[in-house]
Design a protein around this ligand. Structure first.
Ligand SMILES: Cc1ncc(COP(=O)(O)O)c(C=O)c1O
Length: 434
């Protein structure tokens, strides 16, 4: 019998294969390679004992166990939300009253990715505009495309998103009459995925002021993705943009336990302007009417008994060492004469490399082929640029992650990448001469 075609929704047709599948495929096909591409966290430091204790503690008390194994409320376990709010405020050194927040503005989600997705569903109609950093977190790029958003991008430098360039984009939208289509500005402002760079304090204030100033007929929101905030290895913490949003009007702040605790727990949360909460929960209701309740009880336990704080402190030691090993190994493998630059992140999991302009890092590039032969995997920088209207897409960059590889593997990976690069440019120059 012939099979007649299935008709897919427009959203499905806008939703393409995730680049993550490319990295997984590559890792499977090259089992002896060292992956600096995977966004996984360090295996050895995952808190298995602490989580085992939390499971035993929650499940050994009959009433607590029954509560945790029952459906929870869609917004999240109330005592956990209290604690999440308290901790978020403490990070910023503000009170709930200072920033007009209450426990009713906290929403627990299945990882912060669910919050990003739900906010697109909540706020974006096909054709609406969203501003992001260039480069930016590539899964969000897919999410925006799937929602049918038109993306505009603003370049980042060592201090994060450039507010002068943002202002230009906003003025341009005002001139073209399209400001009314702008829904939000997305920033990953702590040790950004993919560059490892953070948004400076003056720019945090400036970006909020711009969102406020251009909110003439409707509110321009900021989606502040602080996934890596607590993974800081040097220097003082920076206040969130949210902490300057005194009326709780503009900033939607997304946190996750995936990076500072364990991605397997897949739990995140958001601090939301009050009027977004009910509509957001209506949509979340259609997705799952509540994130995993047992996990929320476990996280509450890990916060209460101090395991979480001890874990974050330990993790910062582990990643500081890995970052230092990778940076030193890159310096050894890429002497200045080679003309390759990379970022020196103060936290997070990523280093961003910029090769000379004529060196392509893409999936079918000579560098990628040479790196695969040498046995080292990286993320081509192009994946991290949106395909939007004013979006550049340089092809000479790469994201390296020091999350999952061991210090010895990081050293070896940098050596392999150095060899791959030297063989690529030698071949490229030979071709140019012949
Ligand atoms: C910047 C950023 N935001 C959000 C996420 C989503 O993570 P999760 O859904 O596991 O919280 C990630 C994961 O890598 C990320 O890098």
């Amino acid at each position: 019998m012939t099979r007649v075609p299935v008709i897919f929704s427009e959203q499905s047709q806008r939703t393409s294969d995730s680049p993550i599948n490319f990295f997984i495929q590559q890792a499977v096909e090259n089992p002896n390679s060292i992956s600096l591409a995977a966004g996984l966290v360090d295996y050895a430091s995952l808190p298995s004992d602490e989580v085992a204790e939390a499971v035993a503690s929650v499940l050994s008390r009959r009433q607590a166990a029954q509560q945790a194994l029952q459906y929870g409320v869609p917004q999240g376990h109330p005592p956990l939300r209290e604690k999440l709010l308290g901790r978020a405020l403490a990070l910023d050194g503000v009170t709930a009253r200072d920033v007009s927040l209450s426990v009713e503005d906290v929403v627990v989600t299945t990882g912060s990715q669910q919050l990003l997705y739900l906010l697109c569903e909540l706020l974006v109609n096909p054709g609406d505009l969203v501003i992001t950093e260039a480069p930016s977190y590539f899964v969000m790029q897919q999410t925006l495309e799937s929602a049918g958003a038109r993306s505009l991008s603003v370049p980042i430098d060592e201090q994060g998103m450039n507010p002068d360039a943002l202002e230009e984009v906003l003025l341009g939208l005002e001139r073209s009459g399209e400001l009314s289509r702008l829904r939000f500005i997305y920033v990953v402002d702590y040790f950004q995925n993919p560059t490892g760079l953070s948004l400076s304090l003056p720019r945090r204030k400036r970006i909020l002021e711009l969102a406020q100033r251009f909110s003439r007929q409707h509110r321009i929101l900021i989606l502040e993705d602080a996934a890596y905030r607590e993974l800081r290895y040097d220097g003082p913490d920076l206040p969130s943009i949210k902490s300057f949003d005194r009326d709780n009007a503009h900033v939607m702040l997304a946190y996750t336990f995936s990076k500072p605790l364990a991605p397997g727990l897949k739990t995140g949360f958001g601090l939301m302007p009050a009027e977004l909460v009910a509509p957001l929960l209506h949509i979340k209701g259609n997705h799952d009417f509540g994130s995993n309740n047992l996990t929320q009880h476990l996280i509450e336990r890990l916060l209460d008994n101090g395991s979480y704080d001890r874990h974050v402190a330990r993790l910062c030691e582990v990643y500081r060492q890995k970052r230092d090993v990778l940076l030193k190994a890159l310096a050894d493998a890429f002497p200045p004469a080679l003309g390759v630059r990379w970022t020196h992140p103060e936290g997070g999991l990523y280093v961003w490399m910029t090769f000379p302009e004529d060196v392509d890092t893409g999936t079918s590039s000579e560098l990628m082929k040479a790196a695969t032969r040498e046995g080292v995997l990286y993320v081509p920088g192009q994946f991290c640029y949106l395909t939007g209207e004013n979006c550049p897409s340089p092809s000479n960059e790469a994201r390296l992650s020091f999350g999952v590889a061991s210090p010895d593997q990081l050293k070896e990976a940098a050596r392999r990448l150095g060899r791959a690069y030297r063989s690529t440019i030698t071949q490229q120059r030979a071709l140019a001469v012949s």
